[in-house]
Design a protein around this ligand. Structure first.
Ligand code: ATP
Ligand code: MG
Length: 285
């Protein structure tokens, strides 16, 4: 997991709590009936094919093959050190790999001719730690990459940022700095910042695991809403409630390999593999 120093979080009392009520309408999954079906005819948005990776002598990924179809939500779970973050970082070309192939929307990411900055600008990534710029206002955090990478004007970028802040229930905080927001609020800003780039796919690496428990729901609600709208998502999380209700596919990883994959009912309800069963009983308790 790459983690930069987290800006100080000062959960200031919220006079605008009513205005800024977290988005979503209730517990995870209550919106699912509105979710558009995954189109059956489209090719994979992400195709991971026989990927292996080594750090020196240590093999961190072993022959991983899986895919994410357009509009699909894939949850990746597994024990600490199993390679989940490494795999998701390979998808965004933040980590190189030595064997196999990954394509994103048909583009081979390891191809020397691929314009990686352009590809990355279309792949939204949200990490465990929010990685907002602590010295920039929320508005500037949201508009910087839009202006620098996409060439949008300041007005256009700020308007887009504000619309997305409204969507994640934080419009009234646009003028603040990250340190003045709670962890859950900062993570919702980080999601809005990724969405401002009009991503074709969103990658999440344990977006709620650094949050106080009472803030997990507000971030999951934003993610449920995204899924409902048909966003293609690959999500590393231990939030099995989210996986059960939102995921189309659950991938279980152990020791750098994909042990099994299937629907939430298959993998979480009746896992084939002993390793998956023992992980689930440890997580569920
Ligand atoms: N830069 C690195 N150099 C060497 N080994 C690394 C490096 N990054 C990760 N590893 C090792 O690779 C393995 C997989 O790490 P990774 O962060 O992908 O696991 P993870 O499944 O995301 O774990 P967690 O649930 O704790 O986040 C671990 O054994 C880790 O120690
Ligand atoms: Mg990780």
């Amino acid at each position: 997991m790459t983690s930069s120093a987290m800006p100080p979080v000062s959960p200031v009392p919220e006079p605008q709590a009513a205005v800024d009520a977290a988005p979503g309408t209730g517990p995870v999954g209550t919106l699912l009936t509105e979710r558009p079906p995954v189109p059956a005819t489209t090719g994979p948005m992400i195709a991971i094919d026989g990927v292996s990776k080594w750090y020196g002598d240590f093999q961190v990924l072993t022959n991983c093959t899986t895919s994410v179809t357009k509009g699909e939500v894939v949850v990746v779970c597994g024990p600490s050190g199993s390679g989940k973050s490494t795999l998701i970082k390979c998808v965004n070309a933040l980590e190189p790999f030595q064997k196999g192939q990954i394509t994103v929307d048909g583009t081979k990411i390891a191809d020397k001719k691929t314009n990686l900055p352009k590809l990355r600008s279309r792949v939204g990534m949200v990490f465990q730690h929010f990685e907002l710029f602590p010295h920039l206002s929320i508005t500037d955090n949201l508009s910087l990459a839009q202006r620098k990478v996409l060439g949008r004007s300041r007005d256009e970028a700020e308007a887009k940022g504000l619309a997305l802040l409204e969507r994640v229930g934080l419009k009234a905080h646009a003028h603040k700095f990250p340190g003045q927001l709670s962890g859950g609020q900062q993570q919702r800003v980080a999601i809005a910042r990724a969405l401002a780039m009009n991503p074709i796919v969103m990658l999440f690496d344990e977006p709620t695991s650094a949050l106080d428990p009472e803030m997990v729901g507000e971030v999951l609600d934003v993610m449920v809403e995204l899924a409902r709208e048909g966003m293609t998502m690959m999500v590393v999380t231990h939030e099995l409630g989210f996986a059960r209700e939102v995921a189309d596919t659950v991938v279980y990883m152990d020791q750098g390999g994909i042990v099994e994959a299937g629907t939430p009912a298959e993998v979480l309800g009746g896992p084939r593999e002993a390793r998956t069963r023992s992980f689930l009983s440890a997580v569920i308790g």
